[in-house]
Design a protein around this ligand. Structure first.
Ligand code: NIG
Ligand code: FE
Length: 414
């Protein structure tokens, strides 16, 4: 199958298969009046300045002079969950904050109850609809965490849903096991024992079944402390998993320092990161996975992304889609916030939603840039340049999406 995408007004992309650090985070190449030749889902040729390839094609797509970028990569989601938590809005209006709700047995634990009750089929159908929505907004790959099961059976159920979605839905999914997302109600006051259960019972099964590539933990005040996190992540590392950590979301209790020490792939959230945490990430080559829509939704400050770029930490921007702290899967809104709140340039932001998260989920060699040899995952925007995407907010700026060389059908309205 040979395809041509022609009439690209501006093709903007970072270059390479590595995570981009410092000044390189802001380096994108821009081709004008370009065309892309795709063969069997892979980019074979990029032409510039109106040059068109010879030969015949099975399909020809016309970008109509618009901007084209790599497909967006959402490097942090909690995609699979039962129910919703819209009732928390009223609690928040009365002054309850995120950890108050969790400590009172709500929050994540509320979603755990609903997820345990949900069948695999229900979770699959609900999440597949989310994926239809995200691909329509330009996301062609995402990381999905478990963590609303909190026991072996339900954590495996969630990971199997992720696997089935990856096999059947055009969006690529990368699975992360997050058994220690909260202390389950039956282990209340016994976090150490729960960590032992995760290590002894869950990790080996997840490994044996090949259901996750990464392991993550919520290292937070009233959840898991740095020692518990170290114990779990050290075991996960020994089993060959890549490491991720929810660190410094609300309180800085040593999560970033631990990420640096263990050589984690990414530390995520980082709203409250300290100077020593930043040093640890830079020294350990750890990616900062920043989640600006969560800061927005929790009414918190924003992670010091600009400062982290200057300190040589690769920065990625992700949605954190989940039913509690960020019930939005709109990565375009995160792009707006990346510019306005993180003070990142449009080029730095594009890197932060393409090649950097691609590397953060172990896919830098296949996706994240528009280059010969990479997967043809492309977004055609209703915009002449990426600045327009950073500037407009609240609208879906995507015109069409090409996934593995094939034009994604627009979702039909009923
Ligand atoms: O990344 N902080 C922990 N986990 C999610 C929230 C999960 C939830 O509230 O359901 C987060 O913000
Ligand atoms: Fe999260």
């Amino acid at each position: 199958m040979k395809t041509l995408l022609k009439n690209i007004g501006c093709l903007q992309t970072p270059v390479g298969s590595h995570s981009h650090v410092g000044a390189e985070q802001g380096e994108n190449v821009k081709y004008s009046n370009a065309a892309i030749v795709i063969e069997d889902g892979i980019i074979r040729e990029i032409l510039e300045e109106g040059v068109l390839p010879e030969g015949s094609f099975d399909a020809v797509y016309d970008a109509e002079g618009s901007l084209v970028t790599p497909g967006l990569v959402d490097g942090h989601t909690h995609l699979i969950f039962g129910g919703y938590r819209q009732h928390e809005i009223a609690m928040k209006l009365k002054g309850a904050d995120y950890l108050d709700i969790l400590r009172a047995g709500g929050g994540i634990l509320d979603t755990v109850r609903k997820t345990r009750e949900a069948s695999k089929e229900d979770l699959y159908t609900k999440s597949a609809a989310f994926l239809d929505e995200v691909i329509g907004m330009g996301v062609t790959a995402l990381e999905a965490k478990s963590g609303y099961g909190l026991d072996l059976e339900n954590e495996i159920k969630i990971l199997e849903v992720i696997k089935a979605l990856d096999e059947r839905h055009p969006v690529d999914l990368v699975p992360t096991f997050m058994g220690p997302h909260a202390i389950p109600p039956e282990y209340e006051g016994r976090a150490d024992e729960y960590i032992d259960l995760v290590i002894e019972e869950m990790l080996p099964v997840v490994k044996e079944k090949g259901l996750a590539e990464f392991c993550d933990i919520f290292c937070e005040d009233s959840v898991f402390n740095a020692e518990q996190s170290r114990k779990y992540l050290t075991r996960a590392k020994a089993l060959g998993f890549g490491l991720k950590i929810h660190a410094d979301e609300i309180e800085a209790i040593g999560g970033s320092e631990l990420a640096g020490e263990l050589g984690a792939t990414s530390a995520e959230h980082l709203i409250a990161i300290t100077e020593s945490g930043q040093k640890a990430l830079a020294a350990g080559g750890v990616m900062a996975m920043c989640l600006p829509a969560t800061s927005f939704y929790l009414g918190k400050t924003f992670a010091p992304a600009r400062e982290m770029i200057q300190k040589g930490i690769p920065v990625a921007i992700a949605s954190d889609f989940n039913p509690g702290s960020c019930p939005s899967l709109n990565l375009q809104f995160c792009i707006n916030l990346g510019c306005l709140k993180y003070k990142m340039t449009p080029e730095e932001v594009l890197t932060a939603v393409t090649i950097n998260p691609a590397c953060g989920i172990g896919r830098g060699d296949r996706i994240g840039t528009v280059e010969v040899g990479k997967q043809a995952d492309l977004v055609i925007w209703n915009a002449p340049d990426f600045e327009m995407v950073c500037y407009r907010f609240g609208s879906n700026m995507v015109k069409r999406v090409i996934k593995n060389g094939i034009l994604v059908e627009r979702r039909r309205k009923k």
